[in-house]
Design a binder for this molecule. Sequence first.
Ligand code: NAP
Length: 328
Amino acid sequence: MRAITIRQFGEPDSMTVEERPTPQAGPNEVLVSVKSIGVNYPDLLVIGGKYQILAKPPFSPGKDAAGVVLAVGSGVEVCKPGDRVVCQLEYGAYAEEIVVPAAQCFVLPDAMSFDEAAAMGLAYQTAHFALVERGMYRKGETVLVNGAAGGVGLAAVQIAKGLGATVIAGVIGEDQAAIARENGADHTVDLTMPDLRNALRDRIKELTGGHGVDVALDPVGGEAFTAALRAMAWRGRMVVIGFVSGTIPEVKVNYLLVKNIHVSGLQWSDYRDRTPDWVRRVQTELFDLYESGAIRPKVMESLPFEDYARALQMVRDGKVTGKVVLRV
Ligand SMILES: NC(=O)c1ccc[n+]([C@@H]2O[C@H](COP(=O)([O-])OP(=O)(O)OC[C@H]3O[C@@H](n4cnc5c(N)ncnc54)[C@H](OP(=O)(O)O)[C@@H]3O)[C@@H](O)[C@H]2O)c1
């Protein structure tokens, strides 16, 4: 079987496709023939050696894979050979065959394609945990999603809408605004507005009748975070998801006090590792939302396995709305 391999940290095109023996499933593990691989922004950080959790090279990057179960080790009850599954890994998904802990394998609804499943993976789990767990969302509240046309952002727009929120999407430009609206956003705000700190607050006050946003989800950081914090409602909850803008913002804590605002961070992989049953419950809820038509992972493009460097470059260049997947 072939695996896209990091020999030394660097750019995506420094990786090579290498032939490796088929891995064996041990106790509580599942061997999967991969059909589709999700390409995520953090993959770039792993390949560059800049992610918080790294293996020692050689290894394969990749956090989301969907495929067919080939074999299961002793003690596995969640799936059986022949089942269609999606798997969430710390790394290793960029390969034709993978072994994953059974706790990280989820049997797919019949209607869901491998590409949709791979596109759903990390992004939808992250968005759900950010909104419901860290953001303590309550039905009917107003939710601001920054980076709303990206992988996590678009998932958050769909989930929040599916769970009854009024959704305001923070985007760059009219194309992203249109995508956010197609995916359920009630309103859009452009995060490139001049004087964003004041302009965003004013626009959100206008959209919410002076109330502000109850929950803000921020994968962007920088000015977008700081401006969103000023647009929060009384007792609002802001969730830090990432820093695609390249700037880690600082919080003036007097502002939290004055408006009774709560800021929290999300590291989804901790939930995966510490509370697998909770992650499984959320995955079941996501599959239910999919089957009801409330959420629909957007696969912008599926590229051949060998085109991994192009797929990753598209993510780096900000050319992706929703997700790019690699097809085995
Ligand atoms: N905390 C967790 O557990 C967790 C889990 C998964 C991902 N993440 C993080 O979440 C972040 C987003 O991941 P993703 O997969 O959604 O990335 P993505 O698909 O690249 O989406 C990012 C979105 O943000 C927009 N954006 C970039 N810079 C911006 C700026 N300065 N102002 C406003 N919008 C901007 C992008 O627009 P353009 O396309 O125009 O650039 C894009 O629409 C990453 O930092 C990732 O590491 C965290």
